[in-house]
Design a protein around this ligand. Structure first.
Ligand SMILES: *Cc1c(COP(=O)(O)O)cnc(C)c1O
Length: 397
């Protein structure tokens, strides 16, 4: 018999599997094997989906909402999403500009695929969410990384952006509040960045999945609110996973100028069809039953804020570690560059010796840091930082 031809495509060989999912899976496996693991790796709320959302989904299931739905989403949900952007940001969005997808991650991929061709460059500020570079590569385009480290609060400066733009640049990806750093751009900072993007006629993909998870009274700023020119070049991607603790539901949103939204829906029609029909009725309840949703979001925010402050204070007590107080999402991104080893080595030793799971900064394009998610219990956080402090003390000896 002949040898098998090489089985894997260029795409399959070039894709890097998600390091955050991998570390989280490793921590969960250790936990299942009876190890006492403190997990800071998960990128999901540790809360359950609110009951009114579950109940609406169950009712839809019982009412036979078990068939294919229109690819871009059920009409009432697209309308409710359009209404949400009008109410929250004063944006006039037609339901035809809304696509409901199987997850915020897929919305990002649709956004990239809709505007990027081979040869295009996409500017990705680092530290970045792990999936963006892979999506850009899968679209045949080229990711261009610009490191915005803790010296600028993990926020890209207009000068850095300007320096990274070439005639091939098509798209800028912005994530505020940020995963992995929790950084939130102020209005003035966002305006300055967007002005540079507009000057060079770039598209912006604004990932706003953490828009509601902000602290200290700061407000999320949506670039699309900066005027018609910006709106005409902005793709807003978001989803239900983070604000409503619905990670397993797989529901994302994309809001874009009509031609882009249409392209995204057409791509989706060939790649996955509609997001799960009955799940969309749960999402509809999340947007329609505003008071209940607000109450559960508020309860989640109170817990996150308490943990954020505690974890931040404890991290900064550890000699060698310095950590900014992030104002959004549910992550802190301390600097661990003073320990004389790579972040990957630091994090794997930490997991081995102290059973504390964190993700190295290099997974997000920023060597010398680590990401801790505080979407876990107060007890785990307390125990975890004690172990981290003990670990760091052994390194200094
Ligand atoms: C979690 C996350 C998403 C999408 O999550 P889904 O579960 O796919 O909806 C998108 N962007 C960022 C920055 C995230 O952290």
């Amino acid at each position: 018999m002949n040898n098998l031809p090489a089985p894997l495509s260029t795409w399959a060989r070039n894709v890097s599997p998600s390091p955050t999912l991998a570390i989280d899976a490793k921590a969960k496996a250790l936990l299942a094997a009876g190890e006492d693991v403190c997990g800071f790796a998960a990128g999901e709320p540790d809360f359950d989906t609110p009951d009114h959302i579950k109940e609406a989904c169950i009712a839809a299931l019982k009412a036979g909402k078990t068939k294919y739905a229109p690819t871009p989403g059920i009409e009432p949900l697209r309308q409710a999403i359009a209404d949400k952007y009008a109410a929250d940001y004063g944006l006039k969005v037609a339901p035809s500009q809304v696509v409901v997808s199987p997850g915020g991650k897929f919305s990002c991929y649709l956004g990239v695929l809709s505007v990027c061709s081979p040869g295009d460059e996409v500017i990705i500020p680092a530290p970045y969410w792990v999936s963006y570079p892979e999506m850009v590569k899968l679209a045949g385009a080229t990711p261009k990384f610009v490191l915005a480290d803790d010296s600028t609060g993990f926020r890209l400066t207009p000068a850095q952006l300007e320096a990274a733009i070439t005639p091939k640049t098509k798209l800028l990806i912005l994530t505020s509040p940020s995963n992995p750093t929790g950084a939130v751009y102020t209005r003035a900072e966002m305006e300055a960045i967007v002005a540079v993007a507009m000057k060079h006629n770039l598209y912006i993909m604004s990932d706003e999945i953490y828009e509601h998870l902000v602290y200290d009274g700061v407000q999320h700023v949506a670039p699309a609110t900066f005027g018609k020119d910006v709106e005409a070049r902005t793709i807003i991607v978001s989803g239900f996973s983070k604000p409503y603790a619905m990670t397993g539901w797989r529901l994302g949103t994309l809001v874009a100028p009509a031609p882009i939204a249409k392209a995204a829906a057409e791509l989706q029609s060939q790649m996955s069809s509609n997001a799960t029909t009955f799940a969309q009725y749960g999402a509809l309840a999340a947007l329609k039953e505003k008071e209940k949703t607000k109450a559960s979001l508020q309860a989640m925010l109170v817990a996150f804020d308490r943990r954020r402050k505690f974890l931040h204070a404890e991290l900064n007590k550890i000699p060698g570690i310095s950590c900014l107080l992030a104002q959004g999402a549910f992550y802190l991104f301390p600097n661990i560059s003073k320990f004389g080893m790579s972040d990957t080595e630091f994090c794997s030793k930490l997991l081995e010796q102290e059973k504390v799971a964190v993700v190295p900064g290099s997974a997000f394009g920023a060597e010398g840091y680590m990401r801790l998610s505080y979407a876990t219990s107060d007890e785990i956080i307390k125990k975890g930082v004690e172990r981290l402090a003990r670990f760091c003390a052994t390194l200094r000896k």
